[in-house]
Design a protein around this ligand. Structure first.
Ligand SMILES: NC(=O)c1ccc[n+]([C@@H]2O[C@H](COP(=O)([O-])OP(=O)(O)OC[C@H]3O[C@@H](n4cnc5c(N)ncnc54)[C@H](O)[C@@H]3O)[C@@H](O)[C@H]2O)c1
Length: 361
């Protein structure tokens, strides 16, 4: 595996991000000798597909491995799942020297990271990201958490992993729609921070990318680099880190309104279009930028229209974590490659009427 990045979170140890197809070699490189017991946490799919491969590699190093999994999907991203995992770890005698290995997509990493954040008041964890979405986004930044009936990711903690492995071999088994989910977050990184990356996505999509849906390792590395940089500047999301939420105020409401029938990446794709329309309506973003965004998403087979009427999603806007003083906040782009602050703020209050107008149905 190639060491593509070293992340230096404020107040936590630096950790490497490795990317490539040889997971066993990657684990060997990052494994600390003190990690003698591991809770290997995946969902039923990822543990079934890759669990034994990872467990065997760890056992070969003399590590005792407890394999734990839960049903795939957002419905499992709950406090109940976290509790069941913790109880199993306690029953197996894991202590504060144990390590959690999260093996899977963003859901597994969010849950496994949250388990590690509170087990024995916090133990080490390593992420093995197996979806494109987790590789370009969810695996770095230290945000962990679960959903509740009131909204997405409302309960959680900041807890940084000790190492992140981006398993590119796993992407060969990822269904096209899951690749699309990851592409949505990758395009978000381009819109908020890197106009050249956006142009390279356009060229890639026009030259075979729309068929393969698997971006080159360098593109994955650029996306993780953007996320890492934004997070390093503002680890607790007091200011600029909010730009990573472009598309997410609307996206989270869509996920909830559809009971996650529209998954995270696709909901973010629609969210980016609606929030870009809000930016256009405010004279902040050009029509050309909106057209380019819609064209790129469409070319890659991502949705650009909301899957439900505005009235269905409206109640969920009031529960967004970014709300302040009762107002809904969105991170609105000022051009492709930038979310410029307005009066020092990276999110903008928007009204329900503006949202309804941008929703378009
Ligand atoms: N913490 C963060 O910073 C952050 C950032 C972005 C998104 N997220 C969270 O990530 C979640 C979405 O993550 P996701 O899109 O990876 O979803 P996911 O974890 O549900 O994975 C998608 C599906 O693909 C399967 N899968 C995983 N790897 C596979 C492989 N290699 N081959 C075949 N199937 C595979 C999974 O079992 C699942 O069914 C959301 O809950 C979102 O809130 C977190």
């Amino acid at each position: 595996m190639r060491r593509i990045l070293e992340i230096h979170p404020r107040g936590a140890p630096a950790y490497p991000v490795l990317c490539g197809p040889d997971l066993v070699e990657g684990l060997r490189e990052v494994w600390a000798p003190s990690w003698k017991k591991a809770a290997l946490i995946g969902d039923d799919n990822t543990l079934g597909m890759f669990g034994e491969h990872v467990a065997a590699a760890l056992r070969e190093r003399g590590v005792e491995v407890l394999k734990l999994s839960f049903a795939p999907g957002e419905a499992s991203k709950t406090r109940g799942t976290k509790q069941a995992l913790e109880d199993a770890m306690l029953r197996a005698g894991l202590d504060r020297h144990a390590v959690v290995v999260g093996l899977g997509g963003g859901i597994v990493l969010d849950v496994a990271g949250f388990v590690a954040a509170t087990f024995m008041r916090g133990i080490d964890h390593v992420f093995v990201a197996t979806t494109l979405l987790a590789q370009v986004d969810a695996s770095v930044g230290g945000k962990t958490g679960v959903n509740t009936v009131d909204g997405k990711n409302l309960i959680g903690a900041f807890h940084h992993p000790r190492a992140v492995l981006l398993d590119t071999a796993a992407l060969a088994q990822l269904p096209p729609d899951e690749l699309r989910n990851g592409l949505a977050e990758a395009i978000k990184h381009a819109v908020i921070e890197d106009a050249a990356l956006f142009a390279s996505f356009e060229a890639w999509a026009a030259n075979g990318g729309a068929a393969s849906l698997r971006p080159p390792i360098d593109v994955i590395a650029t996306c993780v680099g953007i996320k890492a940089q934004v997070v390093a500047d503002d680890p607790r999301e007091h200011g600029r880190r909010k730009i990573l939420n472009f598309g997410h105020t609307v996206g989270h409401a869509i996920e909830h309104a559809t009971s996650h029938a529209m998954p995270h990446g696709k909901a973010v794709a629609v969210g980016m279009v609606i929030e870009a329309r809000l930016a256009l309506a405010r004279g902040r973003l050009s029509e050309e930028a909106l057209v380019r965004l819609v064209a790129l998403l469409t070319r890659l087979g991502l949705p650009t229209r909301p899957p439900c009427p505005f009235v269905t999603a409206a109640p969920y806007f009031s529960r967004d974590k970014k709300n302040r003083d009762g107002a809904i906040h969105c991170a609105l782009p000022s051009r492709i490659g930038e979310i410029a602050p307005v009066d020092g703020a990276y999110t903008t209050p928007v009204t329900v009427d503006e949202l309804r107008e941008a929703w378009g149905n």
